[in-house]
Design a protein around this ligand. Sequence first.
Ligand code: BGC
Length: 536
Amino acid sequence: MSAASSWWRSAVVYQVYLRSFADGNGDGVGDLTGLRARIPYLVDLGVDAIWLNPWYRSPMRDGGYDVADYRQIDPRFGTLADAESFVADAHAAGLRVVVDLVPNHTSSDHDWFAEAVAAGPGAPARERYHFRAGRGVDGAEPPTDWPSVFGGPAWSRLADGEWYLHLFDPSQPDLNWSHPDVIVEFEEILRFWLDRGIDGFRVDVAHGLVKDPHYTDLAGRSPHVDVSAETGHPYWDRDELHDIARRWRAVLDDYDDRMMVAEASVHATRRPLYVRPDEFHQAFDFDLLAADWNAKQFAEVIRHAVAATAAVGSTPTWVLSNHDVMRHATRYGLPNGVDTRSWAVEGPHELLDAARGARRARAAALIELALPGSAYLYQGDELGLPEVWDLPVEVLDDPVWVRSGGKEKGRDGCRVPIPWTPDRPSFGFSTGTAWLPQPDAFGEHSVARQLADATSTLALYRRALATRRLLLDDDEQLEVMDGPADVLRFRRSRGFTCIANMGDDPVVLPPGDVVLGSVEIGDDRRLPPDEAVWLR
Ligand code: BGC
């Protein structure tokens, strides 16, 4: 592998949730015009690449993860010409572009599904999806006991009596990955975007593509893949899916410098299988995101990720937040062990210590950005944005709210549009009304306010990214050091050390120059709780 083909190994990738990033036409929904205008902001921030959540034509029943046409841009976001101009601008600014690929399911508005529904039971057009007869009297029971990830059964019944599979929303029918049309179509979709200069793909639900051909019941097995390393699950992490990854890799290898990162929510012991040299380049590691604020847990996750990826020639990926989880500035303000998915339903919340969460989020940024491998930042991480947990239920858009029967508020609280300026109506996000309401506190978090404050979280990220580029760019060495419990300490080469105080008492720093800190370090060299430093 040439040096040029390994940009992804240590890239800082900035995740843009397009409809909430910047609105260029005043309709309250972010778009490509808005994003293009903010490319200089991302360059100044110091990231290497942009990953865009799905931008394809979609009825948006699951925020665009329900694709109706994989070769068209949704009109709310712009046109194909806008996408091409955006890629050209990003490249001219030195940024790579990664797009989402959604191969597990289409939208129910996709032509193939419309054709399948119209064709009727038993028709070949239905074989591109998973259509089955039901069980029980008159086939009135779903074909298996599989639940949808969003709540309720994973099967819906059509008026003609057949059931179809949707591991997510009923508007997201699962494709049948043993059908040749599906295999060929996705290779063509990859080429369509590779030919347009796309540098990589984030592959949605990469661990769920292949289903048990015998449609066996879960029968007591967990519907959550990431809780155990068991194999032979009827729909998660099946061995057959690696053949698909290899075919895609062969397509990418026809082009220079391209990559794919799997969203493979699997047990840590199974993840390396996805990043073997002829498969995905990387696979998201969500273990840091799932870890408590605890030095021992962080150290274990880091040690394992570095060793496991090195063993197969890949590099680790670090994620603290994304469009599916509670923002970490809020998560870290809650006691360890709180179920963050249902937490947002009731309020007010005396459990939340927002100031502590904000401090820890800054320290976590210094941990994440000091590690070898890639860091995937979610838009707003650099502003220390909190979760908007008190969105009124009338505005909720995530199918999880309805499918969970109101038990989970869903993921809208981390998808609230970005504040650019301190002013209403929409803090510079749009000239119109933002599609989700932003809380008053967003003014203080705005980019404009933080740019004017040398102690802001944005200023910290900018300094951290510049320093990382200077000191750590091609350095894949790491030694996690044993030390006092509650203190996370790791060393890279050239004497660079990161220390995070994850306990309750201040700790005295070892010798070394402070390169950067989440807090000002005084002459006593004491590092307060919930803070981190880089030493050299
Ligand atoms: C995406 C989610 C989406 C789901 C179904 C995920 O893993 O990140 O946002 O709802 O796949 O496509």
